[in-house]
Design a binder for this molecule. Structure first.
Ligand code: SER
Length: 316
């Protein structure tokens, strides 16, 4: 029986991943941890512990004491925030990863999921249909830490047998927990503002295309990768994950199908330069072939779902 630790259960991904894992593996086998308060659903639905991933000894004790067999480490400072505190963000992102790699090496919890990102690519990478294997010269702190992290994951796999698995997430779109400090956050904010105010001021320009994915697809595929037969994985760094690519202008016109008076204005800030250095679209054929990556939400289905769910949430 698997016993699963999720680090970062209060964040955008963690708050949904914990629920999906508990449903699948049983509430008592999924241990949720964070330094932030979780949702009531997570706190009441199974084990929760306030635990700092940067504290190596505590982390190791927790993993040994609870006979954890696999870890999802979702703790990170996102791209926009990282640019404001570069050295601190590097320290946090790298130490969080290195601690979980070392715990995997030294305990029975050999299987480790760690999210990489489209941020590993940079301005010299081919921007359209970006291949799995290509030029990678990220110029953001977050991207540099993600690329270094991928290399370390593969290293621990080949040197120490750590069962490291990872995907390069595109921007993730969800309504349960909002992201914080990312460059793709606009694609979540726009839906909340559409419901609350019927208008949105976008911090990226209207034609900035970026790859995105609806959270349900991201969670399903993440668990699928963790459950895949290890022998079928040709990569132990991180798999490209494409999702759907669109611009702020395109998502606004999708919202107008439901809310015809919705207004959008554009005021690009420092995150425009980050977005400009990332791919517009991604080739994820290697993940499709190796472990069956498959997504269901196109731009229309995703937008309709977001608007409906946020409306329900705000209505209470
Ligand atoms: N969504 C993340 C960000 O914008 C990218 O991984 O920082």
């Amino acid at each position: 029986m698997e016993r699963i630790l999720v680090i970062g259960c209060s964040g955008q991904i963690g708050s949904e991943l914990v629920l999906a894992l508990r449903k699948k593996y049983g509430s008592n086998n999924v241990f949720a941890t964070d330094i932030k308060n979780p949702t009531d659903e997570i706190r009441e639905g199974g084990p929760f512990q306030n635990l700092d991933v940067l504290d190596y000894n505590n982390l190791l004790h927790y993993v040994v004491r609870h006979n954890i067999t696999q870890v999802y480490n979702l703790a990170a400072v996102l791209s926009g925030n990282a640019e404001k505190i570069p050295l601190q963000a590097w320290d946090i992102n790298m130490k969080a990863l290195m601690n979980t790699l070392q715990v995997a090496q030294e305990s029975q919890a050999k299987k480790l999921f760690w999210p990489s990102s489209i941020a590993v690519f940079g301005p010299t990478t081919p921007r359209h249909n970006t291949p799995q294997l290509t030029v990678m010269e990220p110029n953001t702190v977050y991207g540099i830490s993600k690329l270094a992290g991928e290399r370390w994951g593969e290293y621990f796999y080949s040197k120490y047998g750590v069962d490291f698995r990872s995907v390069r997430y595109p921007g993730l779109i969800s309504y349960k927990t909002e992201p914080g400090g990312g460059t793709t956050d606009y694609a979540v904010e726009i839906f909340f503002e559409a419901i609350k105010k019927n208008r949105y001021e976008c911090f990226l320009s209207e034609d900035t295309a970026l790859p995105m994915m609806f959270m349900d697809d991201a969670i399903k595929n993440t668990i699928k990768l963790m459950e895949a037969d290890g022998d079928s994985l040709s990569l132990r760094s991180s798999y490209n994950m494409a999702g759907i690519s669109f611009t702020p202008k395109e998502i606004a016109s999708e919202i107008r199908k439901h809310k015809p008076d919705f207004e959008i204005t554009y005021k690009p800030d420092f995150r425009q330069a980050i977005a400009d250095s990332w791919p517009a679209s991604i080739d994820d054929s290697v993940a499709r072939k190796d472990w069956g990556l498959h997504d269901e939400f196109g731009i229309g289905k995703m937008s309709a779902h977001m608007l409906k769910k946020i409306e329900e949430k705000i209505a209470g």
